[in-house]
Write a protein that binds this ligand. Sequence first.
Ligand code: ADP
Ligand code: ADP
Ligand code: MG
Length: 714
Amino acid sequence: MNSVFSVAKLMFDKILIANRGEIACRIIHTAKRLGVGTVAVYSEADVNARHVNLADEAVAIGPAPARDSYLAAEKLIRAAERSGAEAIHPGYGFLSENAGFAEACGGAGITFIGPSPRAIESMGSKSAAKTIMQQAGIPLVPGYHGDNQEEAFFLGEAEKIGFPVMLKASAGGGGRGMRVVNSAAEFSEALRSAKREALGAFNDDRMLLEKYLEQPRHIEIQIFCDQQGNAVHLFERDCSIQRRHQKVLEEASAPGMTDETRSAMGDAAISAARAIDYTGAGTVEFIVNSDGAFYFMEMNTRLQVEHPVTEFITGLDLVEWQLRVAAGERLPASQDQLAINGHALEARIYAEDPDNGFLPSTGSLRHLRFPAETSNVRVDTGVREGDSISVHYDPLIAKLIVWGNDRGDCLRRALESLGRTQVVGVMTNIDFLVSVISHEAYRAADFDTGFIERHNVDLFPEKTPAPSDVLGLAALYHVLRRASLAAQKAASSADPTSPWWATDGWRPNLVEEERFSFHDGTGESKVCIIRAGRGNHAGAGRGTDLSPSPAENNSTPLLSSHNMPGQAPGYAADAYIIRAGGQLIYASGRLEADGSLTAIMDGTQRRADVVEDHDHLVIFEAGNTFRLKRLSGGGDSIDEEATGNLISPMPGTIIEVMAGEGQQVRKGDTLLVLEAMKIEHTIVAPRDGTVQAIHYRAGDMVEDGVELLVLTDK
Ligand code: ADP
Ligand code: ADP
Ligand code: MG
């Protein structure tokens, strides 16, 4: 039946993405470009998630906990069958390295976009993988990876290898189940705790032992194999900047890598892949000693989180390659067609608190800005403003990937791009990433996996007080914000020009002054702002415009009256004198509705983005972020609507509601109890008053920052 005119059908018509977040979005992006239909899956927590919106179709797969949804293999296969998807892309994490799932896909006639179940299985145990690699002649770190798991035997092996040694869970991943042991005295306790962690995380407490290398680098090789037996490597990535054995920054190429070492590591990685008849994308991780010797560590049989740096330096789309290979096509390029161009860096932006052991931070992303994507800057994310980082999944907000002609160019652009990344609502590691990338030793490529620990003092600096001019910006923001609220009210009233709408307290011939008090995390600072004068004004919105227009003039006539394009003639900004930290600042400013503030302070133009977050002001200016808590202050409340309300401090579940609508309460009375992250939080009345409305009942889930109930004064 074979005809010369028959056209082999290779690429899939439709695939299902068995994942969520940025990697699901990433895969959908390539599928769309190739004209391949996409089916997303989503848990109850992800009904409105970005990956669901991007896909052509979406299938609900159950409750938020991953074991009931993204890890529920049979539901995913059923979803693929029902939607007619021919293949499943597992992304990374979840079921991506689950041989049983790959097997079940095959059993259902669905292509698993990844290697064979056997290849996954053989690399699934670090111990078994090492045995295979040893046989293939790949260098291993000295150690023990056999079946004998007795403590006395392990200790004997450790003494043979020589301390320090590293205990690792055979089934491990994500840096869990690992302990560095410095002496025989520590051994017993370290083994016990590593086993405990491994049992909890992987349901398997078998251990292996390795010589602990001092100051090594983590360098991994991206490999690709097709079903026809072709194999290439796509060079290396250096992932040495780690915290708790987890990657923070990844770059390609590896600084200082010689052509000889690169091709030796590339060859070893390809031999590793061939040893297990590998197909698709894989990563062979090596640990590299300061003398350049490299040792096999493990092989990840999936797409890696940091694959975009490889894409930037090779100009390739690895997800496209994965789809082509899984569909049966040959590798799109041979080794001699591949080359490195420039340098790329990935920074993982996490919702976490670097000052508190990098503990995940959950909450709603009430303000989210990324740098614009260009040919140098790529942002891979699964969230949008308003989405939540929940306790259920990985707290990754985005990956920022930057390309430059060389490493210096790349790092400079990375810092610039991080400076344009704004997140309010959860804590992030952005400032920490900036500290690492701007560190002299990192810039000089003088690093290894111990970098973060060694430069602890530089990377976690003591908090310094907010500069006076930033306090000045905060005061200016408050004054302009109130003026613009007044202008909005006036605009919607019958007589917009009535002086009664001038709620800013300004009266002719009076020196009016307003005081603010801010806490910047180090201490309290007082700021005083005085109106120094104003231009002619016409219509609503006065006090919110800048004069002179920044595009036209950079000098600062304090009291000038200057025509603004599109404004009534004679319109001008108010001028202020601000006293902050013993400094006097002459200022005027214009505030846009989106919080972007253009100010002229002592003749210098400043641009900041200001976001209100409960009682905090978050000021983003020139790549710096300042969080100021407003303690008290003269004058009116900035947001009158919000003052009567009680707000949920974190996402959680309402356990009990004690108050009733219409009930009179005394300051300190318990109104309701909220459970978040296994801890109960009692919400009490901040003052005497009447409960006017209660928005939730026991059992309801609430986001952080939402209004729980309304308390009125009488
Ligand atoms: P990689 O090895 O690709 O750089 P990591 O080492 O950071 O990834 O990830 C550690 C483990 O956690 C890996 O098994 C990875 O698949 C998994 N993981 C990372 N991010 C996520 C996520 N968003 N969802 C689920 N699993 C994840
Ligand atoms: P995981 O599966 O959690 O990614 P790996 O075996 O890949 O575990 O190791 C994670 C990290 O731990 C490595 O990137 C490296 O920084 C560190 N590490 C692993 N083995 C050693 C070793 N023998 N000596 C020193 N550091 C090691
Ligand atoms: Mg690893």
